[in-house]
Write a protein that binds this ligand. Sequence first.
Ligand SMILES: Cc1cc2nc3c(=O)[nH]c(=O)nc-3n(C[C@H](O)[C@H](O)[C@H](O)COP(=O)(O)OP(=O)(O)OC[C@H]3O[C@@H](n4cnc5c(N)ncnc54)[C@H](O)[C@@H]3O)c2cc1C
Length: 391
Amino acid sequence: MEHRADIGIVGAGPAGARAAELLAAKDVGVVLLDPKAPWEKPCGGGLTAHAFREIPELAELESVARVVTSVRVETSPEDGFSIPLDHPIWMVPRRTLARWQLDRALRAGAEHLSVRVRDARRAHGAWCLDTSDGELLVPFLVGADGAASLVRRVAAPGFDVELAPTRVAYPDGSGPYPDAVILKFYPGVSGYLWDFPRPSHRSVGVVIPNRTWRRPRMDGEIDEYRMSSDGRTSTGVQRAGAVIGTAQLGHGDYSAIAGPDFVLLGDAAGFADPFTGEGIQNALRSADLFARAFTSGDPAAYPQLARRAFEWEFRIGRLLRRVLFDSGAGHRLVRGSLESKGWCALATAILNGMNEHDGRVMGLVTRWARTYRALRSVPGPPRRTRVPATP
Ligand SMILES: Cc1cc2nc3c(=O)[nH]c(=O)nc-3n(C[C@H](O)[C@H](O)[C@H](O)COP(=O)(O)OP(=O)(O)OC[C@H]3O[C@@H](n4cnc5c(N)ncnc54)[C@H](O)[C@@H]3O)c2cc1C
């Protein structure tokens, strides 16, 4: 294949398409390789309030998103409580997000090739990519090819990412709480089930640490949830599975995500949140950081920029995972919140803090106090009432 690109980007998901757009806008020659894009990548498609603050262009998606204003946390359809969000979460089908991103990248001047990269090797001071449509030479390689990244395997063979398996189903129509995200927690299991409303359908899925449940059990939990919540089976409903690449980078050493002639972005670098598994925003952020480093003439600065942006968030995410999931305290917190206004205020404060990426202890305390005051003014335990929105 004849191409004179400065950079080859493998993967046109949130990370790759964003990097392509930003680099092409600065006159960098970009070739973006992805055989599926734009496609419905298995995902919840939830974008937090913080993502919209950080990337204002995302507001263009408002008309095609489902805006969610509360979260229902439950252990069963009967045992649950609803938390109002201080700022909404937006649910965007991944095909819609991918189409929007790819169009922006193409308008900025990037070239998209609908090919799969089968292998990559260094040859004559460049990368030789073996694709489903022949070979291609690029001087610099960007691995934005998701959690099971081929580029990571080839360019950074010693660097491992923790892979969290998921299963997801896409039933049509609305669920039992059309304007809410539903999160269901299980006793003794570090993971959860989600039910996210989208404009015309829902994304109902399970994320769980590796080797906890096998695929039939995960599908079974989704079926059981659907039967008990809206009385429907998932027969004939489209299902998919995928892994999430969660952060393993510790002790501030981010050097493995880059080399003189390559970088890893998004899930390929393990940038999904180790607690929630959310990774769209971090994929976009990692692309912003790399584009900034590359266009300022110092691509080697990318690992440091990424460390500064992510290190504390990942530490907090890992801590929350240990404290709330691995120890079983999260399930106890949910059960306690059904009866106790103090615990319910804590769960509310944690969820709103996560939506805004606010890991400050003082932020948590202020939110807790605000919610607790509002809850005390309502009679009855949290499971029988709705947590009032706080000013
Ligand atoms: C079931 C599920 C639910 C999730 N829910 C949420 C959520 O609600 N909110 C959230 O923020 N995050 C969520 N995540 C995580 C989120 O999907 C990822 O973090 C995010 O998509 C990472 O973006 P990315 O661009 O790094 O990789 P991806 O989105 O995985 O994109 C990688 C792209 O690379 C392409 N590709 C792969 N290999 C090759 C190859 N060899 N050659 C060419 N192209 C290739 C693929 O086709 C794909 O388009 C979820 C993940 C899963 C699995």
